[in-house]
Design a protein around this ligand. Structure first.
Ligand code: PDD
Length: 286
């Protein structure tokens, strides 16, 4: 497997990063995960725009980087043998003697690689998941896609230890998103989800689902649901580049609605699959 590291294409086993890299010592970096269908990166422009926003938000200038992201991502997408998978891009603030303030002259470290999709995702995405509710212990700049993910890591681990797949995060009584996904609830046929602000990562899959909902006549309300509303919802859905759109059928062990993927999920899932196939065959470019 070839990875892209600081301008070079090298076998992953030979790729080396300094032990003083701030991505390693401080989690001082930003990243993107871009789905690939049929060798075609999904919503590439939106992902690259979010990457630039993350860089700007943490004071990294993309003008100092001479990376042609389109070419790097396309080459990685081409390399996927099944054609499906994800491309991972990461930029850290570079290697420098450890002190918190920004280093004066450290070149940023740029890493990119592709990962094939798991067989189950190629055959059909993970359609059902279970979740737990937890306090959102993260900081308040969740809109930045940063590699400082310790809180998310701990929350996902808690979910796994509880036999669940995802942690849905509650802050001041509202469910804003999950540890690795955006969250929607369905009430009376309407989709309800937190607005895009500093308390959530503005998910690209979230945007696609909102567009598809509008296209098939499902109303969308962008107001964060309360914890109690989520527990009484007809359906709960999560979205992410890895899970696409997935029905959450149990929360904290209790069934959501009927405990089966519901009708709104079924419609959105079908619409997403059609959309994806159009991307895969090149009938659609975004
Ligand atoms: N994460 N919110 C959080 C906290 C996330 O980590 C993610 C995805 C999302 C969904 O964003 P998108 O639809 O653009 O993937 C929302 C990725 C996949 C990850 O960290 O691996």
């Amino acid at each position: 497997m070839l990875v892209y590291l600081n301008g070079d294409w090298i076998p992953a086993e030979e790729a080396r990063v300094s032990v003083f890299d701030r991505g390693f010592t401080f989690g001082d970096g930003v990243y993107e995960v871009i789905p690939v269908y049929g060798h075609r990166p999904f919503r590439l422009n939106a992902h690259l725009q979010r990457l630039r926003q993350s860089m700007t938000a943490v004071g990294m200038s993309d003008k100092k980087l001479a990376v042609d992201w389109d070419t790097v991502t396309t080459r990685l997408a081409d390399s996927l043998s099944s054609g499906d998978g994800t491309v991972y891009l990461q930029i850290s603030r570079g290697a420098a003697p450890r002190q918190h303030g920004f280093p004066a002259n450290a070149p940023m470290t740029v890493l990119a690689y592709a990962r094939p999709a798991a067989i189950e995702t190629v055959k059909g995405p993970l359609r059902e998941a279970t979740a737990i509710l937890r306090d959102d212990i993260r900081w308040t700049r969740c809109d930045i896609k940063t590699t400082s993910l310790i809180a998310n890591v701990l929350l996902v681990q808690e979910a796994l230890q509880a036999g669940a797949d995802e942690a849905l995060l509650v802050r001041d009584g509202y469910v804003n998103e999950g540890a690795v996904s955006n969250v929607f609830i369905v009430r009376d046929g309407r989709l309800i989800t937190a607005p895009p602000n500093h308390l959530i990562l503005g998910g690209i899959t979230r945007d696609v689902i909102i567009e598809l909902a509008h296209a098939i006549g499902i109303p969308v309300i962008e107001i964060a649901p309360r914890r109690a509303e989520l527990l009484e919802a007809d359906e709960v859905l999560i979205t992410s580049s890895g899970r696409e759109v997935t029905a959450v059928t149990r929360v904290d062990g209790a069934p959501v609605g009927t405990g089966r993927p519901g009708p709104v999920f079924q419609r959105l899932h079908a619409a997403f699959q059609t959309f994806k196939e159009e991307v895969r065959t090149g009938a659609r470019t975004t």
